[in-house]
Ligand binder design. Structure first.
Ligand SMILES: [Zn+2]
Length: 276
């Protein structure tokens, strides 16, 4: 038997950063010691101070953020107001039945969506030399009718409208036309649905379609009955052969050719077997 070395179980004090024997007595002794008591008090004090500092910093940051937010909101409102003033607004002019923008001195016809104005000789235009924010539909307008499909007017106007979409979606008179689009999705059939089973056809050229088991209106089963031609031709004789009179010339010629071909094949076959 060889002896082997075995370590005693040890206990780590995380406050003093030291090891001690892992016995109840040793731990108790350590925790009662002056060094451990002092370090524990120190640690608790540090934790309390840290929590206090954190709370202070947080409240300071919150205050700074809310102050910055308020300033930004104010600046944004001022910018918005300035932009609105620069763009002017379109007032309905009953006399001409056009909109008139007094800031840029252009008219707008909601029916044709053309603008009229310019110096020194006014003319009609779809691309007036006014800022995109001043275009009809982007700038405010009041009083008159709103043309249909306004959102699809000139490219500049549409782009400006798109960039402002978030800001003023709720306002009246903005160039957005909301459209409800319903999407129809076809539900795919089972891949083997065409093969039969409970969906096997009861009419047609195969299976039940040949008439077996199909009960006619008269009450008897339609066994072996021939399908009738839907256009009524040749239906009376129950088929092609009996109704020669009703056949067209082309059909007769085709039948004659087929008969001749059959004869030729029969002769050749007979010759092949040495019968002729
Ligand atoms: Zn300790």
């Amino acid at each position: 038997m060889t002896e082997y070395w075995k370590s005693n179980a040890m206990h780590w004090c995380d406050i003093c950063k030291c090891w001690m024997n892992d016995t109840k007595q040793a731990k108790l002794n350590h925790e009662r010691g002056a060094q451990h008591q002092a370090k524990l008090a120190n640690k608790l004090r540090d934790m309390a101070r840290k929590a206090e500092n954190d709370a202070k910093a947080k409240s300071f940051n919150d205050e700074a953020v809310s102050r910055a937010e308020a300033a930004a909101k104010k600046a944004y409102a001022a910018d918005l107001k300035a932009a609105e003033a620069a763009a002017g607004s379109w007032e309905w002019d009953e006399g001409s039945s056009y909109y008139y923008n007094a800031t840029h001195r252009w008219y707008y016809d909601p029916k044709t969506q053309w603008y009229y104005g310019g110096e020194p000789t006014p003319e009609w235009s779809q691309e007036p030399p006014i800022p995109a924010a001043a275009r009809f539909g982007v700038a405010q307008h009041a009083g008159g009718p709103v043309p249909q499909g306004q959102g699809q007017q000139g490219a500049g106007g549409a782009a400006a409208a798109g960039s402002e979409g978030g800001a003023g979606a709720g306002k009246e008179g903005l160039p957005f036309v909301t459209k409800k689009v319903q999407r129809v999705v076809a539900i795919p059939k089972h891949p083997l649905a065409a093969l039969g089973g409970h969906q096997a056809p009861t009419t047609g050229k195969v299976g039940g379609g040949m008439g077996a088991g199909v009960v006619l209106e008269s009450g008897e089963a339609d066994v072996g009955a021939k399908r009738k031609r839907e256009d009524g031709k040749g239906g009376a004789g129950g088929g092609g052969k009996g109704a020669k009179g009703a056949m067209s010339k082309e059909e007769e010629e085709a039948l004659a050719r087929r008969e001749a071909a059959r004869q030729r094949v029969a002769q050749r076959t007979a010759a092949g077997f040495g019968y002729v």
